[in-house]
Design a binder for this molecule. Structure first.
Ligand code: PLP
Length: 374
């Protein structure tokens, strides 16, 4: 079917746009010898894992269910990091993952021997205490009081026996210059231990597929660490894999004027694009401009009872009409993995668009998906 025929709301992932990102990431792997994993936290649309796996080295998981999904649906390298593992889940995690990253030396003392006995590779997450995000503490694992990663003060070299990897993840939507600054801090604080390692994982948060990203500098950083310490370098981007590779299709349900124009959509910020409220940010919308730039300005809002379920204020060159379709951009990542059925909202369908605009619904949701969890 065509895009116009898809049900709304619907996440529509463009395969050509996804493959464009994947080709770019594969080029970095080919040129530098690094390995790139999909961080499933951002994008877990497993029907596309065979495609993603044909470019990337595997998956990164944050817990048992993602580990299982990566193992079953991609079946390539599967790494896991979790702030703490549960005893009753650990054996199963070991069966799915080749690389297990711990968040403390106490967790290594508890589980390390089992990792080695299973013939798996063990790593420790460090906190280089190098904050690269001003004012965004919620996305800053180096913020004071962070639970993510071991600082130099808490590092226990006497417990490194059997540890083969160092993992850090401190960036969020950042360019390679911030990676370079971070690597300088990692080397300064932990450099002496890197020589003993087999791999170093640079985490995610690299906005590699954003236009203008400094790929040359990223590749320099990878080569530098790889050659100096003789390690395999891993990157585990989530966002960059499916950046700008999907839209959220929605329809106007009603319009009226009340302290300015209002349009109610069948997509909800609170349920279907939670980062709009959490981050917060104003998502791009095709054919629109900033408030007041075009003659017709509307607050676009969701159909829930939450007063704050507002996506943003946008202007159009025509008055919006009931039934009209709108397309919010960059909606593949951190959406279908985070959405919810608050207020009994139906989850958006998930669809793919192939070359020449041919579309197909992969999954549709209904009442049972709401009821099942309650
Ligand atoms: C969130 C996360 C990622 C992916 O981050 P992006 O910003 O989506 O690239 C990778 N690794 C870890 C440990 C994470 O927590």
């Amino acid at each position: 079917m065509r895009r116009e025929e898809l049900p709304t709301p619907c996440y529509l992932v463009s395969l050509p746009d996804l493959e464009k990102n994947l080709r770019l990431l594969k080029g970095i792997m080919d040129r530098t010898g690094c390995r790139i994993l999909l961080a499933q936290k951002a994008f877990s649309m497993y029907s596309l894992y065979p495609l993603i796996g044909s470019y990337l080295s595997g998956t990164a998981a944050s817990g048992l269910f993602e580990a299982r999904l990566g193992a079953k649906e991609m079946g390539k390298e599967n790494h896991i990091y979790s702030p703490a593992y549960k005893e009753e889940e650990f054996e199963e995690i070991l069966s799915y993952c080749g690389h297990i990253v711990f968040n403390s030396f106490a967790q290594i003392e508890k589980y390390g021997k089992r990792v080695l006995d299973a013939g798996k590779s063990m790593g420790i997450r460090i906190n280089p205490q190098c904050s690269m995000q001003e004012g965004h503490a919620v996305y800053d694992p180096c913020a004071p009081g962070s639970r993510l990663g071991v600082t130099r003060e808490r590092f226990r070299p006497e417990l490194l026996e059997g540890v083969e990897g160092i993992h850090f993840h401190t960036l969020c939507e950042q360019d390679a210059d911030d990676l370079k600054t971070t690597l300088d801090a990692v080397e300064e604080k932990f450099g002496e231990y890197l020589y003993r390692m087999k791999w170093v994982n640079f985490g995610g948060g690299h906005h590699i597929t954003r236009p203008g990203y400094n790929i040359g500098l990223l590749e320099e950083c990878i080569r530098h660490i790889r050659e100096k310490y003789r390690v395999t370098v891993y990157l585990e981007p989530g966002e960059a894999v499916a950046l700008n590779a999907g839209v959220l299709l929605t329809k106007v349900l009603d319009t009226f004027s009340q302290d300015g124009g209002i349009a109610i959509l069948d997509a909800s910020a609170a349920c279907h694009m939670p980062d709009v409220l959490e981050m917060p940010y104003r998502p791009p919308l095709a054919g629109s401009r900033e408030a007041g730039e075009y003659p017709y300005t509307y607050r676009l809002a969701g159909p829930t009872c939450l007063a704050g379920d507002v996506i943003g204020t946008y202007s159009f060159d025509h008055p919006l009409s009931v039934g009209e379709r709108l397309e919010f951009g960059d909606m593949a990542i951190y959406t279908m993995v985070k959405n919810n059925t608050f207020n009994g909202m139906c989850l958006p369908a998930i669809a793919v668009e192939r070359e020449h605009g041919e579309c197909e619904v992969v999954k549709a949701f209904g009442y049972e998906d709401f009821k099942m969890r309650l």
